[in-house]
Design a protein around this ligand. Structure first.
Ligand code: ZN
Length: 204
């Protein structure tokens, strides 16, 4: 297995629309495993193929609580617990969506930024699993949020596109102008405090 490089906004490759896979072959299976390893090594809970420069409809996710994480077992909903994880989803499709929820989202492609995003609360998903067989489940909680965030990546969309136009523009121009803060050289106390917060497990 290998840890892959993660593209960061404003890389234009993150804006490409991803294509469906025709079949899940051995090479794609191995690639999905590399994506899982990459996601875990950067302490993410989800990763889309677009983020590692491959424009295919594939995402991986694992929202189960981890050691020292903020997300605890009791935070997991019953539906979320019923889905076997880690999840590898080829050609994922949301066939039903219900209700609204909000969450403080982060992203491995937009490091150090966390913003509240509105998503559907419950989703029914159809996809192909790592063995190429159809998967069909309904979930809510953090897993539902994560899957919606990753499917956005497959359509060239980022969570910072889903903020108010003013906020979205402010964040994008700040990153384009100054890049991302360096955790080893925080600019000021506020930034240092933000970087020290235990939010790693919430990057999608
Ligand atoms: Zn993301």
């Amino acid at each position: 297995m290998a840890v892959l490089e993660i593209l960061k906004f404003p890389d234009p490759r993150l804006r490409k629309k991803c294509a469906k896979v025709a079949e899940v072959n051995a090479e794609l299976k191995k690639f999905a495993e590399d994506m899982l390893e990459t996601m875990y090594s950067f302490k993410g809970i989800g990763l889309a193929a677009a983020q590692v420069d491959r424009q295919i409809r594939l995402l991986v996710a694992d929202t189960r609580p981890r050691e020292n994480g903020r997300y605890k077992l009791e935070d997991m909903t019953e539906l979320e617990r019923a889905v076997p994880q880690p999840l590898v989803l080829f050609n994922p499709e949301i066939v039903r969506k219900e209700g609204k929820t909000t969450y403080d989202e982060g992203c491995l492609s937009v490091p150090t930024y966390y913003e509240t995003v509105e998503r559907f609360n419950l989703i029914e998903v159809k996809a192909l699993g790592i063995d190429g067989k159809p998967i069909h489940f309904t979930t809510d909680g953090l897993l539902a949020i994560c899957i919606q965030h990753e499917i956005d990546h497959l359509d060239g969309k980022l969570f910072i596109d889903r903020l108010s136009p003013i906020k979205s523009m402010r964040i994008k121009s700040k990153i384009k102008k100054f890049g991302y803060p360096d955790p080893s050289h925080p600019q000021d106390e506020d930034e240092l405090e933000e970087l020290l917060e235990d939010r790693e497990e919430h990057r999608l």
